[in-house]
Ligand binder design. Structure first.
Ligand SMILES: [Zn+2]
Length: 573
């Protein structure tokens, strides 16, 4: 039955997407199976599905929790806890529930789990001697019922304020799906806002930081927008368009993402993007979806309406020539953007283009290097450096530029190798090998690759090279990390009486390679230390196992290069 609904849904999706119709289908997903994960009325969103974030699309919706933690979080339907996850960053404390209808619900940044789940988590943490865990219990271990309190909302992990991060995934494929398509009612009657429109002179070339672009201010409101000061734009040759648009929700002041963007040329669609669902491995494709060079320069996200050939996202449909439009016929053309939010509120921007051969703007002449194809693996090497780009790293063909620059004055064991530049986004990491100077000597075990901002890219020494996998282009050299992490007590001092204090807190930091592990022992017995990356806080919450009297706490904090800090204090309970 579930399979039949899926097939029916696919057929329905197949016949929609025609201009003027609802581009998302209500009948594709179950609308009555799930309740809201919170009881806050009315529900409001601080973040929408597919919202544009740094290096990823937001994979769920963020429910507002009135700037507070501790709201009960409910199982949205019957099922079982299929994954228990505790992370220093990311989702922090998170729960996954598999439901019999084929979907998995995910709850992140939780403050704490319900007592029965918390007990399971703590016993796993003690068994594995690790704060971070990622467990996949069987269906028998923790069954849950619709409406059961499973946790309390919080701010753990890389959360920027109290809220509930909530996702619905396809259990089989793990693709994440827009939760607003499941009938979870979030009132919103405010249409998206369109701020500006851009024209890119593509001229049959790959898009990059040199592509000439023109800005057009947009005016209007309440769903109707127009260009300021011009009604007709004169263009020649092959161009692409882009817009800056966000959505606002009732009861929320923040700016959220839109659901879909459609571009029509003379009444026919040439580009549609819609955030119904996406695969996690494609989420970094956001840097191809937007004008990435402009984003790096201004933090403004222009959503391009033309698709790079190596863009793996499956959010596009109705593409004509990948959204690249030729204006060569000397005629007047009608263009129209329609932007829709997840509740179906729409805004439009219409304008005219006069195809005019005198309006050509050519791309500038640029430095030429080796041409790398987006469709294949690519390699570059010389006696000092080797770079390997797996297939699927690039979104466009690249004119690859390499330069060797002088070695920095301090903590450097190679020249600086400029590997292209940061304005070209990469979908995956690339292999970077840098030949080490003879001065590296006894520090080979401590060597890493850093960028010129001295941010560690990780790495290890092998066969005369330090090898790492940076995730973006930049300028890199070899440095060493010989300094162990620091440990600073927050609410304890040596010999202190801790009666009435529920937890001991410390700050731990590392100067370069980053913290790999931390372990705490009271009188030689391993105890759970909890850690929050964003505040650098490490703490132990006392339980019955620490009896009244004198105790010794020992902490061992290690960085990625195995520099260990041993710290101990005496305290009294
Ligand atoms: Zn979120």
């Amino acid at each position: 039955m579930i399979r039949l609904n899926l097939i029916l849904g696919l057929i329905i999706l197949g016949i929609t997407g025609v201009s003027g119709q609802q581009i998302f289908s209500d009948s594709k997903y179950p609308l009555v199976d799930f309740r809201s994960p919170l009881a806050i009325v009315p529900p409001a969103l601080a973040g929408s599905f597919g919202e544009l974030r740094a290096n990823h699309f937001h994979s769920g919706i963020d429910f507002r929790t009135n700037q507070r933690q501790g709201y009960p979080v409910y199982a949205i339907a019957d099922g079982y806890i299929s994954r228990l996850r505790v992370q220093n960053s990311g989702f922090g404390l998170a729960l996954y529930i598999n439901h019999p209808n084929g979907y998995t619900s995910v709850y992140g940044h939780l403050q704490r789990f319900s007592p029965k789940i918390a007990q399971q988590v703590k016993s796993i943490q003690y068994q594995k001697k690790s704060y971070e865990i990622d467990e996949f219990p069987t269906s028998l271990l923790i069954p849950v019922h619709k409406g059961e309190v499973i946790a309390y909302s919080g701010n753990t992990g890389s959360s920027g304020g109290p809220h509930l991060h909530f996702e619905i995934r396809d259990t089989r494929t793990e693709a994440t799906i827009n939760p607003q398509l499941f009938g979870i009612d979030i009132p919103d009657n405010i249409p998206p806002v369109i701020y500006s429109m851009y024209v890119y002179r593509l001229n049959k070339k790959p898009f990059n930081e040199f592509t000439p672009k023109q800005y057009f201010q947009v005016l209007g409101g309440s769903g109707n927008y127009r260009l300021n000061s011009v009604n007709t734009i004169n263009l020649s040759g092959e161009v692409g368009f882009g817009i800056v648009t966000t959505d606002r929700h009732n009861g929320a002041s923040g700016l959220n993402g839109v659901y879909s963007i459609e571009l029509e040329l003379d009444g026919g669609l040439v580009y549609v993007s819609s955030l119904e669902k996406f695969e996690f491995e494609n989420s970094k494709g956001i840097n191809s979806h937007i004008d990435y060079p402009t984003y790096l320069n201004t933090r403004r996200s222009i959503q391009k309406s033309f698709v790079d050939p190596g863009n793996p996202l499956k959010i596009y449909s109705n593409l004509v020539n990948n959204g690249r439009i030729e204006f060569t016929d000397g005629k007047l053309h009608q263009l129209k953007y329609t932007v829709t939010d997840s509740r179906g509120n729409k805004s439009t921007l219409a304008f005219q283009v006069q195809a005019d051969n005198k309006a050509t703007i050519n791309s500038p002449e640029t430095e030429t290097g080796e041409v790398f194809s987006y469709a294949t693996a690519n390699e570059f090497s010389n006696p000092d450096v080797k770079v390997i780009f797996p297939k699927g790293t690039l979104y466009n063909d690249l004119n690859f530029i390499y330069k060797k620059l002088p070695k920095p004055a301090t903590n450097a064991y190679s020249a600086i190798h400029q590997i292209h530049n940061k304005f070209t986004p990469l979908h995956t990491g690339f292999q970077l090998w840098i030949k080490a100077d003879s001065t590296l000597g006894k520090y080979t075990d401590k060597a890493i690759i850093v960028n010129t901002g001295r941010v560690s890219q990780g790495g290890y020494f092998e066969d005369g090279y330090v090898k790492a996998t940076p995730r973006s282009f930049g300028s890199f050299f070899i440095a060493v990390d010989t300094i162990p992490p620091s440990v600073n007590p927050v609410n304890v001092t040596n010999g202190k009486r801790l009666n009435g204090i529920s937890k001991m807190t410390f700050k731990i930091r590392d100067n370069l390679s980053g913290i790999k592990s931390f372990n705490g022992y009271i009188d030689g017995r391993w105890v759970l230390m909890e850690f929050d990356t964003k505040t650098a806080s490490l703490w132990h919450t006392f339980d019955n196992s620490t009896s009244p009297g004198k105790h010794i706490l020992e902490l061992i904090v290690s960085d990625m290069k195995d520099n260990n800090r041993n710290y101990s204090i005496t305290f009294y309970k």
